[in-house]
Design a protein around this ligand. Structure first.
Ligand code: GUN
Length: 297
Protein backbone atom coordinates (compact mmCIF):
# COMPACT_ATOMS: atom_id res chain seq x y z
CA UNK A 1 0.00 0.00 0.00
CA UNK A 2 1.44 3.44 -0.84
CA UNK A 3 2.16 5.82 2.03
CA UNK A 4 -0.61 8.10 3.26
CA UNK A 5 -0.07 11.74 2.33
CA UNK A 6 -0.02 14.09 5.31
CA UNK A 7 -2.14 17.06 4.30
CA UNK A 8 -0.35 20.03 5.83
CA UNK A 9 -2.39 22.43 3.75
CA UNK A 10 -5.67 21.25 5.28
CA UNK A 11 -4.17 21.10 8.80
CA UNK A 12 -2.80 24.64 8.42
CA UNK A 13 -6.16 25.94 7.15
CA UNK A 14 -7.87 24.50 10.23
CA UNK A 15 -5.25 26.00 12.53
CA UNK A 16 -5.62 29.42 10.89
CA UNK A 17 -9.35 29.24 11.38
CA UNK A 18 -8.93 28.41 15.08
CA UNK A 19 -6.42 31.24 15.47
CA UNK A 20 -8.83 33.61 13.73
CA UNK A 21 -11.64 32.69 16.14
CA UNK A 22 -9.33 33.12 19.13
CA UNK A 23 -8.03 36.44 17.75
CA UNK A 24 -11.62 37.74 17.69
CA UNK A 25 -12.02 36.62 21.32
CA UNK A 26 -8.79 38.40 22.21
CA UNK A 27 -9.92 41.61 20.50
CA UNK A 28 -13.18 41.55 22.45
CA UNK A 29 -11.36 41.02 25.77
CA UNK A 30 -8.36 43.32 25.21
CA UNK A 31 -9.95 46.09 23.13
CA UNK A 32 -7.34 45.73 20.39
CA UNK A 33 -6.28 43.15 17.82
CA UNK A 34 -3.14 41.01 18.17
CA UNK A 35 -0.36 42.74 16.18
CA UNK A 36 2.53 41.32 14.17
CA UNK A 37 5.39 43.45 12.84
CA UNK A 38 7.40 42.04 9.94
CA UNK A 39 10.67 43.66 8.90
CA UNK A 40 12.15 43.01 5.46
CA UNK A 41 15.52 44.47 4.55
CA UNK A 42 16.52 44.44 0.88
CA UNK A 43 15.07 42.97 -2.27
CA UNK A 44 15.52 39.18 -1.93
CA UNK A 45 12.84 37.77 -4.26
CA UNK A 46 11.85 34.76 -2.14
CA UNK A 47 11.72 36.90 1.02
CA UNK A 48 9.40 39.38 -0.70
CA UNK A 49 7.01 36.55 -1.55
CA UNK A 50 7.11 35.19 2.04
CA UNK A 51 6.59 38.61 3.60
CA UNK A 52 3.64 39.33 1.31
CA UNK A 53 2.08 35.97 2.25
CA UNK A 54 2.60 36.65 5.98
CA UNK A 55 0.95 40.07 5.65
CA UNK A 56 -2.15 38.65 3.92
CA UNK A 57 -2.47 35.75 6.37
CA UNK A 58 -2.16 38.11 9.36
CA UNK A 59 -4.98 40.33 8.08
CA UNK A 60 -7.11 37.28 7.20
CA UNK A 61 -6.78 36.01 10.80
CA UNK A 62 -8.14 39.31 12.13
CA UNK A 63 -4.78 40.61 13.32
CA UNK A 64 -2.99 43.89 12.80
CA UNK A 65 -0.04 43.69 10.37
CA UNK A 66 2.78 46.24 10.60
CA UNK A 67 5.06 45.84 7.60
CA UNK A 68 8.43 47.57 7.43
CA UNK A 69 10.32 47.30 4.13
CA UNK A 70 13.77 48.84 4.31
CA UNK A 71 16.37 49.32 1.54
CA UNK A 72 19.27 46.87 1.26
CA UNK A 73 21.68 49.65 2.24
CA UNK A 74 20.04 50.09 5.68
CA UNK A 75 22.67 50.35 8.40
CA UNK A 76 22.66 48.11 11.45
CA UNK A 77 22.07 51.08 13.77
CA UNK A 78 18.96 52.07 11.85
CA UNK A 79 17.61 48.50 11.94
CA UNK A 80 18.31 48.18 15.67
CA UNK A 81 16.53 51.50 16.26
CA UNK A 82 13.45 50.20 14.45
CA UNK A 83 13.49 47.03 16.55
CA UNK A 84 13.75 49.10 19.74
CA UNK A 85 10.75 51.12 18.59
CA UNK A 86 8.76 47.91 17.90
CA UNK A 87 9.79 46.43 21.26
CA UNK A 88 8.28 49.49 22.94
CA UNK A 89 5.10 49.63 20.82
CA UNK A 90 2.17 48.18 22.76
CA UNK A 91 0.24 47.44 19.58
CA UNK A 92 2.99 45.06 18.48
CA UNK A 93 2.85 41.60 20.07
CA UNK A 94 5.20 39.79 17.70
CA UNK A 95 8.27 40.91 15.75
CA UNK A 96 9.73 38.97 12.85
CA UNK A 97 12.83 40.07 10.96
CA UNK A 98 12.86 38.16 7.69
CA UNK A 99 16.09 36.23 7.08
CA UNK A 100 18.49 36.17 5.35
CA UNK A 101 19.62 39.75 5.95
CA UNK A 102 21.78 41.51 3.34
CA UNK A 103 25.54 41.06 3.75
CA UNK A 104 26.97 43.45 6.29
CA UNK A 105 24.12 43.09 8.80
CA UNK A 106 24.84 40.79 11.75
CA UNK A 107 21.88 38.40 12.03
CA UNK A 108 22.72 37.29 15.55
CA UNK A 109 22.98 40.89 16.79
CA UNK A 110 19.67 41.77 15.15
CA UNK A 111 17.85 38.75 16.60
CA UNK A 112 19.35 39.50 20.02
CA UNK A 113 17.79 42.98 19.90
CA UNK A 114 14.23 41.61 19.64
CA UNK A 115 12.45 41.36 22.98
CA UNK A 116 12.30 37.60 23.76
CA UNK A 117 8.63 38.07 24.66
CA UNK A 118 7.90 39.37 21.14
CA UNK A 119 10.19 36.89 19.38
CA UNK A 120 7.44 34.89 17.65
CA UNK A 121 10.07 33.26 15.39
CA UNK A 122 11.66 31.69 18.48
CA UNK A 123 15.14 32.56 17.21
CA UNK A 124 16.40 34.54 20.23
CA UNK A 125 18.94 32.66 22.38
CA UNK A 126 16.61 33.11 25.36
CA UNK A 127 13.88 31.21 23.55
CA UNK A 128 16.32 28.56 22.29
CA UNK A 129 17.43 28.15 25.91
CA UNK A 130 13.87 27.98 27.21
CA UNK A 131 13.13 25.21 24.71
CA UNK A 132 16.28 23.33 25.72
CA UNK A 133 15.42 23.38 29.43
CA UNK A 134 11.68 22.86 29.04
CA UNK A 135 10.39 26.32 29.93
CA UNK A 136 7.54 28.09 28.16
CA UNK A 137 8.80 30.30 25.36
CA UNK A 138 8.45 30.72 21.62
CA UNK A 139 9.35 27.76 19.43
CA UNK A 140 10.43 28.26 15.79
CA UNK A 141 7.40 27.95 13.51
CA UNK A 142 8.54 25.29 11.05
CA UNK A 143 9.63 22.64 13.57
CA UNK A 144 6.58 23.33 15.75
CA UNK A 145 4.40 22.82 12.67
CA UNK A 146 6.19 19.52 11.94
CA UNK A 147 5.56 18.44 15.51
CA UNK A 148 1.84 19.21 15.21
CA UNK A 149 1.63 17.06 12.07
CA UNK A 150 3.53 14.21 13.75
CA UNK A 151 1.39 14.23 16.88
CA UNK A 152 -1.78 14.43 14.81
CA UNK A 153 -0.66 11.39 12.83
CA UNK A 154 1.01 9.28 15.54
CA UNK A 155 -0.37 10.49 18.88
CA UNK A 156 2.17 9.69 21.61
CA UNK A 157 5.76 9.71 20.31
CA UNK A 158 7.31 8.18 23.47
CA UNK A 159 10.03 5.66 22.73
CA UNK A 160 9.97 6.11 18.96
CA UNK A 161 13.27 6.41 17.07
CA UNK A 162 13.45 9.82 15.42
CA UNK A 163 16.20 10.87 13.03
CA UNK A 164 16.48 14.57 12.17
CA UNK A 165 18.65 15.14 9.12
CA UNK A 166 20.00 18.70 9.33
CA UNK A 167 21.24 20.75 12.27
CA UNK A 168 20.25 24.36 11.54
CA UNK A 169 19.23 26.69 14.36
CA UNK A 170 15.91 27.31 12.59
CA UNK A 171 14.80 23.71 11.98
CA UNK A 172 17.13 20.82 12.89
CA UNK A 173 18.14 21.76 16.42
CA UNK A 174 14.71 22.93 17.68
CA UNK A 175 13.07 19.93 15.97
CA UNK A 176 15.35 17.60 17.90
CA UNK A 177 14.53 19.41 21.17
CA UNK A 178 10.78 19.08 20.55
CA UNK A 179 11.05 15.37 19.76
CA UNK A 180 13.18 14.83 22.85
CA UNK A 181 10.65 16.68 25.02
CA UNK A 182 8.01 14.31 23.61
CA UNK A 183 10.15 11.35 24.79
CA UNK A 184 11.32 10.16 21.37
CA UNK A 185 14.84 8.73 21.04
CA UNK A 186 16.50 11.39 18.92
CA UNK A 187 19.46 11.33 16.54
CA UNK A 188 20.62 14.46 14.70
CA UNK A 189 22.36 13.52 11.47
CA UNK A 190 24.24 15.96 9.21
CA UNK A 191 26.74 16.29 6.40
CA UNK A 192 29.50 14.59 8.41
CA UNK A 193 27.38 11.66 9.58
CA UNK A 194 28.90 8.31 8.66
CA UNK A 195 26.64 5.89 6.78
CA UNK A 196 23.60 8.14 6.68
CA UNK A 197 21.41 5.54 4.91
CA UNK A 198 21.91 3.10 7.84
CA UNK A 199 21.12 5.82 10.40
CA UNK A 200 17.92 6.79 8.55
CA UNK A 201 16.91 3.11 8.29
CA UNK A 202 16.55 2.96 12.10
CA UNK A 203 13.98 5.74 12.17
CA UNK A 204 10.29 5.44 12.93
CA UNK A 205 10.22 9.20 12.27
CA UNK A 206 12.43 10.91 9.69
CA UNK A 207 12.57 14.71 9.55
CA UNK A 208 14.49 15.85 6.48
CA UNK A 209 15.80 19.42 6.66
CA UNK A 210 19.03 19.53 4.68
CA UNK A 211 18.06 21.68 1.70
CA UNK A 212 19.38 19.21 -0.87
CA UNK A 213 16.94 18.02 -3.51
CA UNK A 214 15.85 14.37 -3.09
CA UNK A 215 18.97 13.51 -1.10
CA UNK A 216 17.17 11.04 1.16
CA UNK A 217 16.37 8.04 -1.01
CA UNK A 218 13.31 5.87 -0.79
CA UNK A 219 15.29 2.73 0.01
CA UNK A 220 16.74 4.40 3.14
CA UNK A 221 13.28 4.53 4.72
CA UNK A 222 12.15 1.89 7.23
CA UNK A 223 8.86 0.27 6.19
CA UNK A 224 5.95 2.06 7.83
CA UNK A 225 7.99 5.09 8.96
CA UNK A 226 6.51 8.59 9.12
CA UNK A 227 8.48 11.02 6.93
CA UNK A 228 8.39 14.80 7.33
CA UNK A 229 10.03 16.60 4.42
CA UNK A 230 10.96 20.20 5.27
CA UNK A 231 12.90 20.78 2.05
CA UNK A 232 11.65 22.96 -0.78
CA UNK A 233 14.07 22.89 -3.69
CA UNK A 234 13.53 24.01 -7.25
CA UNK A 235 15.15 21.73 -9.85
CA UNK A 236 16.69 23.23 -12.98
CA UNK A 237 14.01 23.69 -15.68
CA UNK A 238 13.47 20.84 -18.13
CA UNK A 239 14.15 21.64 -21.79
CA UNK A 240 11.61 24.19 -23.02
CA UNK A 241 10.20 24.96 -19.56
CA UNK A 242 10.82 28.29 -17.83
CA UNK A 243 10.65 26.90 -14.27
CA UNK A 244 11.93 23.69 -12.72
CA UNK A 245 9.84 21.36 -10.54
CA UNK A 246 9.63 21.83 -6.76
CA UNK A 247 10.96 18.85 -4.85
CA UNK A 248 11.70 18.13 -1.21
CA UNK A 249 14.79 16.66 0.46
CA UNK A 250 13.25 13.18 0.14
CA UNK A 251 12.91 11.17 -3.08
CA UNK A 252 9.16 10.95 -2.71
CA UNK A 253 8.35 8.37 -5.42
CA UNK A 254 10.59 5.79 -3.76
CA UNK A 255 9.63 6.78 -0.21
CA UNK A 256 5.92 6.47 -1.07
CA UNK A 257 6.36 2.75 -1.65
CA UNK A 258 7.77 2.06 1.84
CA UNK A 259 6.78 4.81 4.27
CA UNK A 260 3.61 4.70 6.34
CA UNK A 261 2.96 8.39 5.80
CA UNK A 262 4.78 11.30 4.19
CA UNK A 263 4.36 15.04 3.70
CA UNK A 264 4.18 16.10 0.04
CA UNK A 265 6.15 19.05 -1.40
CA UNK A 266 4.46 21.44 -1.87
CA UNK A 267 1.45 21.19 0.45
CA UNK A 268 3.04 19.44 3.42
CA UNK A 269 5.19 21.34 5.89
CA UNK A 270 5.25 24.65 3.94
CA UNK A 271 1.72 25.85 4.77
CA UNK A 272 2.24 25.08 8.46
CA UNK A 273 4.93 27.74 8.97
CA UNK A 274 2.68 30.78 8.55
CA UNK A 275 -0.20 29.15 10.46
CA UNK A 276 2.13 28.56 13.42
CA UNK A 277 3.48 32.12 13.15
CA UNK A 278 -0.08 33.39 13.59
CA UNK A 279 -0.56 30.97 16.49
CA UNK A 280 2.63 32.21 18.18
CA UNK A 281 1.52 35.83 17.67
CA UNK A 282 -1.84 35.08 19.26
CA UNK A 283 -0.12 33.49 22.28
CA UNK A 284 2.24 36.50 22.52
CA UNK A 285 -0.76 38.85 22.51
CA UNK A 286 -2.39 37.01 25.41
CA UNK A 287 0.83 37.00 27.43
CA UNK A 288 1.52 40.67 26.72
CA UNK A 289 -2.04 41.60 27.75
CA UNK A 290 -1.92 39.43 30.88
CA UNK A 291 -4.72 37.19 29.60
CA UNK A 292 -4.69 33.36 29.80
CA UNK A 293 -3.72 31.87 26.43
CA UNK A 294 -6.29 29.58 24.78
CA UNK A 295 -5.35 26.04 25.88
CA UNK A 296 -6.34 24.36 22.60
CA UNK A 297 -3.64 26.16 20.60
N1 GUN B 1 13.47 32.95 6.31
C1 GUN B 1 13.07 31.72 5.94
N2 GUN B 1 12.27 31.19 6.87
C2 GUN B 1 12.13 32.11 7.84
C3 GUN B 1 11.40 32.16 9.05
O1 GUN B 1 10.71 31.22 9.46
N3 GUN B 1 11.52 33.31 9.78
C4 GUN B 1 12.30 34.34 9.37
N4 GUN B 1 12.37 35.40 10.15
N5 GUN B 1 12.99 34.33 8.26
C5 GUN B 1 12.90 33.21 7.49
Amino acid sequence: MPAALIDGKAFAAKLREQVGAAAAGFAAAAGRRPGLAVVLVGEDAASQVYVGAKHRATIAAGMESFEHRLPAATGEGELLALIAQLNADERVDGILVQLPLPAGLDEQAVIAAISPDKDVDGFHVINAGRLAVGQDGFVPCTPLGCMMLLQDRLGDLAGLEAVVVGRSNIVGKPMAQLLLAANATVTIAHSRTRDLPEVVRRADIVVAAVGRPEMIRGDWIKPGATVIDVGINRLPPAAGADKGRLVGDVEIAGAMTVAGAITPVPGGVGPMTIAVLLRNTLIAAHRNAGLPAPASL
